[in-house]
Each structure stands twice: as structure tokens, then as C-alpha cells.
Design a binder for this molecule. Structure first.
Ligand code: AMP
Length: 586
């Protein structure tokens, strides 16, 4: 019996199907990208701008007084912004960029976390025709520097503390960085920085959105591969067609919803579904500054009357662990739809959702490169717990084998192969910034190769089966082993380094590094601890390894490449056979 056969199906009632934005089987919907293009406005003079679809069009249509953003501060603060407020603030931010002499194409980076300034900077930048690049606030100085350098940042929006620790020490090496805007400036800013609040207060709030075309670059999202530096995935304004449509069809969003996407805006989910999709669908989107806390989350769901909730397996695992008594104390009856993304969601968690919270978690799949959800369990569809669901209408997905230059679709049920997508959806990444060869390597024989392994069952549901490469997923964040290894190699004691993911009850996977030492270095606990501290300081908690093991040597191929997969197999006691039979993309 295969995994799919052994799982129960959670059937949807006729009423649930009928009420969903996409009733029934997605494959039968008749929707495609030309339908979805009609769901957005476009700019008055032609062209598309994401911020127009997210904010200005609602104001123009008389919905300016609707609540757009509800922010919960870490310490109990609560602030709301209507669509009118967001229009004014984003206009002002765009105007400030222009007043500072920045034009179309300006690259604005944000290192901020879950605060309204991130949302305002993102949308204001896009209004000005610029490119917004969010950075995860738990990154240490090295990942920040690598991404801002590759992305040739022109503006950074951040806090005084993060600037001082993560940027100021190397700023002089990045001449493209013309302005640093500090959100907590208090009149005594470090040299070369601007107090954002004061600057905005002196800036007019009228702005005409730049005339951006569908193919103009709007967003830059960094991701990681097995080798090389972080990759800057380029997304364009046309992506909003996919953000909006998937928000409506997959997350079942509709005006009046209170929607909570728990992802950090430093990652792609926090932008596509933490900013763009909710606002284009004219819902009230929540943003909670605090870190995960089970009691706080249940309180928030109840008090804020959240109707649609989009979260991730790491958080769901923690909620399951916190027990069933806690949610039983809360009235969660306003919740209509719950979805999950980013890592494999086990069947038990899906079923737990239905039994304890009243709804199954609807898993869906996508990645930085796809820009938007590609495979999903839709609200109106039966859910097979453990499955990622079915492709979005308009997306052609296949399980394939790669045979040299040929890509061969595998049509048998539950056959494992690489998940491939037919290029052409609007939110598809258009480049890895400055890395044409790496981009080209993702496409073959008319397919985009996702780097994930999956299976499809007889009913057309897709099942995640693992990665085809060595990237690590920790607490939903993709980590490139080379970034960790490069940091360890900077330490004078280290000769070689290899980083792998090992299972972790909480985060799914955590990073474990193996190193060999240079001549004369003495292995031992003290050195391992020093290496851990070194990595943590430079990489930040999100990327740093949890363990560093010193070895006399590391397994290698005949050509001398370190075999991370063999290290992993040995570490986890897995068979060492079929470790590299599937080809990797960039
Ligand atoms: P990122 O580009 O950081 O969003 O990471 C994308 C990767 O996360 C995918 O290529 C998958 O390996 C993994 N992923 C995303 N969604 C799911 C899911 N629903 N089930 C399993 N893995 C997922």
C-alpha cells in the first residue's frame, strides 16, 4: 500500500463546496491566466503596478475607509490603517524616495521585521517604480552584506541597532548604498543616516504612481541553492495577477475577511501573502510583531476574529505540542479557513486541525522562484491529509525524470520524480540577478525544474517526497549549505566544512556542520563551541548551525567534492545507495 492509499480523505460537504471561491475540483474550473488578468485593474494609463492593485484601486472604488492593516505590537500596542491611511503613507514614502533623488529601478532593502514600516516601504517603493527587497531580521551581518551587495542596494530601511551591528561596519564597501533610513531615529542619527519619521513628516503625501509595465522588476527575493552565493530571484509587477488569483482561489479571501499570515515579510511568503494577496483582495490583514507563543496565538485568533489563517508546519507542530486544552478555552468559531505552507505538513497535523480547531489545515506548495502558490488543497475540495493538493487552474505541473537534455513526464501513480512546471505563469521569477547561467539551468526541454521530488496519485493529488538537492529547510527557512560553510571556513582553525540538515522535532530540520581542522589545531569541545559562536555571530540565529562536529576527514567524491548526502545518510543511519540519482537544478 502506498502512502496515499493509507490516508483517510476529509470530505467537504456540499455547503462547504458551494461556499468556496473555487467550488469543486480545480481542474474542472475552466479558469486560466486570462481570467485572472481580468480580476486586476491595471494602471489608468496602461501597465501594471502592484501597489496600485493593493491600495489605490480600492480607494478609487470608494473603499478607502475599510480597514487594511491591523498591527499588533510585541508589547500590547495595536494600530490600524485604513486603505486611505495606507494610500497616504505609501504615497509619502514614494515621494520621499523621489525627493531623495531616486527614480525608477531604485533598490530598496528593508531589514525590519513585522512592523507597519515594512509594508509601507514595500508598497511605497513599488509606487515609485522601485524594487523592494526584504531581508529577514534574524539574519546576522554576513547574510545581510551578501544580499545587499549582490542586490546593489541603493536604500536601506532599518533600525538604529541593526544598522550599527549589521551594516555600518562594512557600509563603505557598498558605494551603491546612498541612503539609510532609520525607523527609530530620534534626532541623533549615526552619520550617513536619516531619521525616517522626521523625513516623512516633512514630505508631501501626494504621488502619482510610476507607469510600470508588467515586465518591470518589482521585487527581489533571495533564496539559496546547493552551491554558490545566495540567489536573487527577480519578480515583476505582473506577478500581482498570480498573487491576487491565488489569494482568492486558494486562501479563499474575500473583502471583509480578517486574514493572518504568520510568515515574516523577510521571506517570500510574508510578501506575496503577507502583503500583496491580502491587500489586493481587500481584506484586513494582520501583522503580529511578536514571536510564536501558543497562548498569544489562540488569544489573537479569538480576539481579532481572524477568519482566514495562513501559517506553517513549524508553528503547527508547536501548537499540537502545546496541547488541546489551550484552544478549547477559546472561541475560534470565526475561523473559516486554515492553510499551511513551506515545509511538509504531516497528515496527523491536518487531522488535528479539524478535530481540535474545527478545520483541516489546507497544505499548499510553492517556492521563491514561483512567486505564488502553485499546488494547493482548495477550500472546496476534499483534503487528502499529507498531500499538497492539486495545481492551480492555469498551472501545468508534472512529475518528471531528467534524461540528459530530455525531460520525461512520469505518468504512473505515486512514481517519484522531480516536480516540474510549465513556464509562463505571471509570478514566475524572471532571472537570478546577474546569474544568467544559473537561471537557464532551472529550465530544460520546456519545463521549469523545481528541485523538489514529488509523486502524484491516481486522483491528481501531489505528494511531497523531499528535495533533489542539498538545501536545508529549518523552521520553514531555506538555507544554502555553502553560506554556512563559507562562514566556518573564515575561521582560522577550519580547513574544510560541510553543512547538512538533520531532523528536529520543532524546526523540521536544523543545521549541523562538520569541519576538518588546519594543521596544528587541536580538536575538542572548546573549539566546537568557539566555532558555533563564530557562526552565530556572523550568520544570525536563523542560519547558524546548532552543532559543529570536528572530524579527521569528510567523505568526498573521486573528483574531491565533499559528499553532503553521504554525510547526512551516515548521520541519520540511512541507506547509502541511491543518494545522487536525481539531477539537481542550480
Ligand atoms: P522557499 O523558496 O524558501 O519558499 O522554499 C521553497 C521550498 O520549500 C520548496 O521547494 C519545498 O522544498 C519546500 N516547501 C514549500 N511548500 C511545501 C509544502 N507544502 N510541502 C513540502 N515542502 C514544501
Amino acid at each position: 500500500m502506498t502512502k496515499a492509499d493509507s490516508q483517510p480523505i476529509l470530505h467537504k460537504s456540499r455547503a462547504e463546496r458551494a461556499a468556496a471561491n473555487l467550488p469543486g475540483d480545480p481542474a474542472q474550473s475552466g479558469f486560466d491566466w486570462s481570467t485572472y488578468r481580468q480580476w486586476i485593474d491595471g494602471l489608468p494609463g496602461g501597465g501594471i503596478n502592484i501597489a496600485h492593485e493593493a491600495v489605490d484601486r480600492h480607494v478609487a472604488q470608494g473603499h478607502g475607509a475599510d480597514e487594511a492593516l491591523r498591527w499588533l505590537g510585541r508589547d500590547g500596542a495595536r494600530r490600524t490603517f485604513t486603505y486611505d491611511d495606507l494610500k497616504r503613507e505609501t504615497d509619502r514614502f514614494a515621494r520621499l524616495l523621489t525627493d531623495l533623488g531616486h527614480g525608477k529601478g531604485v533598490r530598496v532593502f528593508a531589514l525590519l521585521g513585522r512592523v507597519p514600516a515594512t509594508i509601507i516601504a514595500a508598497l511605497g517603493t513599488m509606487k515609485a517604480g522601485g524594487v523592494f527587497c526584504p531581508l529577514y531580521s534574524a539574519f546576522g551581518p554576513e547574510p545581510v552584506r551578501a544580499r545587499m551587495t549582490i542586490g546593489e542596494a541603493s536604500v536601506l530601511v532599518t533600525t538604529t541597532a541593526d544598522y550599527a551591528r549589521k551594516v555600518q561596519p562594512w557600509r563603505s564597501d557598498l558605494p551603491s548604498l546612498r541612503h539609510v533610513l532609520l525607523t527609530d531615529g530620534a534626532g541623533a542619527e549615526p552619520e550617513g543616516t536619516i531619521d525616517l519619521g522626521a523625513a516623512l513628516a516633512g514630505t508631501a503625501s501626494d504621488f502619482t504612481i510610476a507607469s510600470t509595465s508588467p515586465d518591470d522588476m518589482a521585487l527581489l527575493h533571495f533564496t539559496s541553492g546547493t552551491t554558490g552565493k545566495p540567489k536573487g530571484a527577480v519578480h515583476v509587477h505582473e506577478a500581482v495577477v498570480a498573487h491576487h488569483a491565488t489569494g482568492r482561489l486558494v486562501l479563499d479571501l474575500r473583502p471583509g475577511d480578517v486574514f493572518w499570515c504568520t510568515a515574516d515579510p523577510g521571506w517570500v511568503t510574508g510578501t506575496s501573502y503577507g502583503i500583496i494577496a491580502p491587500l489586493t483582495n481587500r481584506v484586513t490583514m494582520m501583522l503580529d510583531e511578536a514571536e510564536f507563543d501558543a497562548a498569544r496565538w489562540y488569544q489573537t485568533l479569538e480576539r481579532e476574529q481572524v477568519t482566514v489563517w495562513y501559517t506553517a508546519p513549524t508553528a503547527i507542530r508547536l501548537l499540537v505540542k502545546a496541547g488541546n486544552e489551550l484552544p478549547s478555552r477559546h472561541d475560534l468559531s470565526r475561523l473559516r479557513f486554515m492553510a499551511s505552507v513551506g515545509e511538509p505538513l504531516n497528515a496527523e497535523a491536518v487531522i488535528w486541525g479539524r478535530e481540535v480547531l474545527g478545520h483541516p489545515f489546507h497544505d499548499n506548495w510553492w517556492q521563491t522562484e514561483t512567486g505564488g502558490i502553485m499546488v494547493a488543497n482548495f477550500a472546496g475540495m476534499d483534503v487528502k491529509p499529507g498531500s499538497m493538493g492539486k495545481p492551480i487552474p492555469g498551472v501545468e505541473a508534472a512529475i518528471v525524470a531528467i534524461e540528459g537534455e530530455k525531460v520525461v513526464p512520469l505518468t504512473g501513480a505515486m512514481v517519484t520524480g522531480q516536480l516540474a512546471l510549465r513556464p509562463g505563469w505571471p509570478s514566475m521569477f524572471r532571472a537570478y540577478l546577474g546569474e544568467a547561467a544559473r537561471y537557464a539551468a532551472c529550465f530544460r526541454d520546456g519545463w521549469y525544474l523545481t528541485g523538489d521530488l514529488a509523486r502524484r496519485d491516481d486522483d491528481g493529488y501531489f505528494w511531497f517526497a523531499g528535495r533533489a538537492d542539498d538545501v536545508i529547510k529549518s523552521a520553514g527557512h531555506l538555507i544554502g549549505p555553502t553560506e554556512v560553510e563559507a562562514c566556518l571556513l573564515e575561521h582560522p582553525a577550519v580547513a574544510e566544512a560541510a553543512a547538512i540538515g538533520i531532523p528536529d522535532e520543532r524546526a523540521g530540520e536544523v543545521v549541523k556542520a562538520f569541519v576538518t581542522l588546519r594543521q596544528g589545531q587541536v580538536p575538542g569541545e572548546a573549539l566546537s563551541r568557539e566555532l558555533l559562536g563564530h557562526a552565530r555571530k556572523r550568520l544570525g540565529a536563523a542560519i547558524a548551525p546548532r552543532q559543529v562536529e570536528i572530524r579527521a576527514d569528510l567523505p568526498r567524491t573521486r573528483s574531491g567534492k565533499i559528499m553532503r548526502r553521504l554525510l547526512r545518510a551516515r548521520e541519520l543511519g540511512l541507506p547509502e545507495g541511491d543518494l545522487s540519482t536525481l539531477e539537481n537544478p542550480a
